[in-house]
Design a protein. Structure first.
Length: 262
């Protein structure tokens, strides 16, 4: 995902959303309601309908040595992340940066957001919450095709946050870390395709080859960016650290801009 247009006059951002990817951070899916299990949707062969939505595993940074660094417009705005890697602002933090520059988000809101996240104790983070633990049932013996098995159920918590007066939601899925011990909360930004803009209406047609649609971020929905930054800061100690570093950078940049404009 990348910023297609930075409109300083309208104080808005136009974000390009791919409609034909079948893997990666963003996918077109289909489900009956927000509690349902989203199924992959073949947008090149099936016509879009009201059940379609975008599932976006949104980021807040990108490594400066990544081969995708050109996806961000803020390659030179860097910080050292919790994992000691040098990162640039990308996606969520990138949008926050511009909304602060536009003064759609005030410097006071940034300070308030920083204070809220900074004052969260570790036991209050989502990764530490008792209701967010992965649960495993006691195994039961079962014979299938003359082979003995022990069957148990593993339950992965999922949290849903609804944005007021919008159909878009944030989902947090908690899984085991793949390369380390512990759990990993993963945040997804989910929005119905009716929230996207396109030259041709999407409902009732298939996607074109490598087609993009567009999501606009402006003063009317800027609060979504603030709330997702807040949620990221609540996920785990490493997320909390990164988000505080990002907020420090944006606050510093904004204060420097204010001084320059005096």
């Amino acid at each position: 995902m990348y910023i297609k247009t930075i409109n300083r006059n309208d104080k808005s951002l136009i974000i390009a959303i791919p409609l034909t990817t079948t893997s990666g951070k963003i996918r077109v899916k289909e489900r009956d309601n927000i509690y349902g299990y989203g199924l992959p949707f073949a947008s090149r062969s099936k016509k879009f309908n009201q059940k379609n939505y975008i599932e976006w595993q949104i980021s807040y940074d990108i490594e400066t040595i990544s081969n995708k660094i050109n996806l961000t417009t803020l390659r030179e705005v860097n910080f050292i992340a919790h994992n000691k890697k040098k990162k640039a602002l990308y996606e969520l933090s990138e949008y926050l940066y511009y909304l602060a520059e536009f003064e759609v988000i005030s410097i006071k809101q940034l300070y308030d957001l920083k204070d809220f996240i900074k004052n969260l104790k570790e036991e209050n983070l989502i990764s530490k919450h008792p209701h967010c633990a992965i649960k495993r049932t006691y195994p039961n013996n079962e014979t299938i095709n003359n082979l003995d098995f022990e069957i148990l159920t593993v339950e992965y918590p999922q949290l849903i946050h609804r944005f007021k007066n919008y159909e878009v939601i944030t989902e947090i899925t908690i899984r085991e870390k793949q390369r380390a011990v512990g759990i990993q909360p993963m945040l997804y930004f989910c929005l119905p395709i009716t929230e996207l803009k396109s030259d041709n209406p999407l409902i009732g047609r298939c996607a074109n080859t490598k087609e993009f649609a567009y999501f606009e971020i402006n003063k009317n929905n800027a609060f979504i960016i603030i709330e997702m930054i807040k949620i990221f800061g609540m996920l785990s100690p490493s997320h909390q650290y990164d988000i505080l570093e990002i907020l420090d950078i944006i606050i510093k940049e904004q204060n420097n801009t204010d001084i320059f404009n005096l």
